[in-house]
Design a protein around this ligand. Structure first.
Ligand SMILES: *Cc1c(COP(=O)(O)O)cnc(C)c1O
Length: 368
């Protein structure tokens, strides 16, 4: 019965691997005080200004949110020097990705996606019955030439994740400009900049420089989940040509972003001190982790963001499980086709130390 009801393109989806709540994992394993370095979250917690702003709004929760996101969109537009009509808010930048896909893709149309990259792109395309055209990374970085070669007259969308999750690589401005000039004018390029705040200054391009009213159309997506520490609230945004935005508005729910999310994001956006601190904790943490891994003789990939890949000598799942039993949660990259890599995000100094200590112990246990 079910098999007749469920369309084959839905049944074929590999679900996004959800983690259990930390409390439940701890209960099952009989451990306490575990640390999570698996979801690229901000180790400093949320922006304190965001938390204070939310408190003021709790008494108004019986009201629907502002469905136009007026104040937040206006402030984002001011800060980025873009027209407010081109800013679309989402329930996480995930929702912007979904909106773009639901707006442009139907069965028979193609989306070019680097691989491995963020798993959500492919899941969202499969949901609407579109065709995923995978382009393998080259030396762990997005292969722009490969993407150009994969474009057909059925291509409507191209995803570029800069910096790329899970490899942490960025594209140079020159490489992207060169690529952009060769694109056909009737495609949309989504530049996912979820981690752009962490990229070292001058190391890469700003997706906003490519947003224009003519094709190829560009949508840049950004989030409050990472550098601003608001992952639990679910808020992100896209910047695009206002005409393109008008199509996304037709597709989205009228009240897609909650009041607390809008309020927190507005306060966080002007919390420069917190943003600077977040960058500093990542850059200092990376230096420490790189050094530690070098002294262990463990190969890793240098990153432009708050997480990085570490090569392991055995199946990554085994390393993940052994680390978990010690209370250190990291991510095995098997689902990304990288069976000999784990992904770890930078934590607080004491978390980074604990990670290194535990990792050294686990590798010694698992040595083939
Ligand atoms: C974390 C992340 C996002 C942000 O998702 P939100 O829905 O805004 O929390 C987007 N893209 C990539 C590649 C990410 O890793």
């Amino acid at each position: 019965m079910v098999s007749r009801l469920v369309p084959t393109h839905i049944a074929a989806i590999d679900p996004y691997p959800p983690g259990k709540p930390i409390e439940e994992l701890e209960r099952e394993l009989g451990i306490t005080n575990s640390i999570k370095l698996a979801s690229n979250e901000n180790p400093l917690g949320p922006s304190p200004k965001a938390v204070a702003a939310i408190r003021e709004k709790l008494g108004g929760l019986h009201r629907y949110p502002d469905g136009s996101g007026y104040y937040l969109r206006r402030r984002i537009a001011e800060k980025l020097k873009v027209p407010m009509e081109g800013v679309v808010l989402g329930n996480g930048s995930n929702e912007i990705i979904e909106l773009v896909i639901r707006t442009f893709i139907r069965p028979g149309l193609e989306v070019v996606i680097p691989n491995p990259s963020f798993l959500v792109y492919q899941l969202a395309v499969q949901t609407v019955g579109g065709t995923v055209v995978s382009v393998p990374l080259k030396d762990f970085a997005i292969d722009l030439e490969g993407i150009l070669g994969a474009i057909t007259d059925r291509t409507r969308l191209i995803f570029v994740n800069n910096p790329n999750n899970p490899t942490g690589t960025v594209l140079s401005e020159e490489a992207f400009r060169n690529f952009f000039q060769k694109l056909p004018s009737d495609v949309v390029v989504v530049i996912d900049e979820a981690y752009i705040e962490f990229a070292p200054k001058g190391s890469t391009f700003d997706g906003l420089d490519f947003v224009s009213t003519q094709g190829p159309w560009v949508v840049t997506t950004r989030t409050f989940s990472k550098a601003y520490g608001l992952a639990g609230l679910r808020i992100g945004y896209g910047v695009m040509d206002p005409q393109l935005a008008s199509f996304l508005h037709r597709v989205r729910q009228p009240f897609n972003v909650g009041t607390l999310a809008q309020t927190a994001a507005l306060a966080a956006l002007d919390d420069d001190e917190f943003l600077e601190k977040s960058r500093a904790v990542v850059h200092e943490g990376l230096k420490f982790l790189y050094q530690g891994l070098e002294s262990l003789g463990v190969p890793y990939l240098r990153t432009s963001t708050n997480f990085f890949l570490i090569a392991v000598p055995v199946d990554a799942k085994k390393v993940y499980e052994a680390m978990l039993r010690e209370g250190v949660i990291i991510r095995a990259m098997n689902a990304y086709g990288l069976d000999r890599y784990v992904r770890v995000n930078v934590g607080l100094p004491e978390e980074n130390e604990r990670f290194l200590r535990t990792f050294a112990k686990v590798l010694e246990q698992l040595q083939p």
